[in-house]
Design a binder for this molecule. Sequence first.
Ligand code: TA6
Length: 298
Amino acid sequence: MTRDDGARWDRSGPVRLVDSDLGGPVVELQARGGRAVVALQGAQVLSYVPTGGRDVLWLSPVARLGTGKAVRGGIPVCWPWFGPHPSDRAMPAHGLVRAVPWRVIDRAASETDVRVRLGWPTIEGSTGQSGSHLRLHLDVKLGDALTLELVTTNDGPAPVAITQALHTYVAVGDIGSTEIGDLDACDYIDQLDAGAMKRQCGPVRFDGEIDRIYLGSPPVITIRDGSSPRRIVVAATGSASTVVWNPWIEKAARLGDVGADGYRRFVCVETANAGTDVRTLAPGATHALSATLRCDIR
Ligand code: TA6
């Protein structure tokens, strides 16, 4: 297997490019702290299994690469807009890069961790914002935790505003006994109530569809899975908003790729620049959005 730059990939090393059984090429990362799988399509992390534990990420039971559609699950990259396009409803939800093949730019391995850098193949014009020239790469680093850093650089002559998210599908034993305590007293935009601004009171618990953009959210959020001792910690940088979503029964049925009771097996906790947390990059400026996932009590 050769990389885009022609260098030969070894098939046994800690960073391997292989053809997955999902129908497309993936990068497999192996380190002392666990293993992860990143699809070239969308630079989408599909799996993260800490050593001695189980997958931190939920993946659709009907996930397929190469269909032209984004895969549901793992950590989709929503960029350069989150949700519907701000002005053009003909544009796809969650931006333009989830279903396109990214290029492997670099990889590295040390005693403690491994890393792969994937870049977006085209720069100018494809961001849905006329005349913009944005450069994008994603670093995926696996050590004792999994860190994703999504870096945008404005190579154009004018300021460009973006919204974005690392749309993490956190695997849980049962959504009904899952709670998130760190968002208490945070304001949120309720996407299910015409964008009404509301305030969180107490832990976030789930007994129906939830689709909220929390503003001013804390940098570290813990998901407590009541059905097991497991705690998943999501730590953010470059973000001042967190999206929490679960489709519940009816929306999951409409989506068609969640599976029979799949809605009970995940909660999306998305490290974002969304809602009013818009990031404007001046010419030559760079913005990095990062999420680190760690599993406490495996
Ligand atoms: O992150 C929440 C959300 O914006 C929901 O409104 C729902 O649409 C979800 O993303 C999944 O979007 P997708 O385009 O992947 O089906």
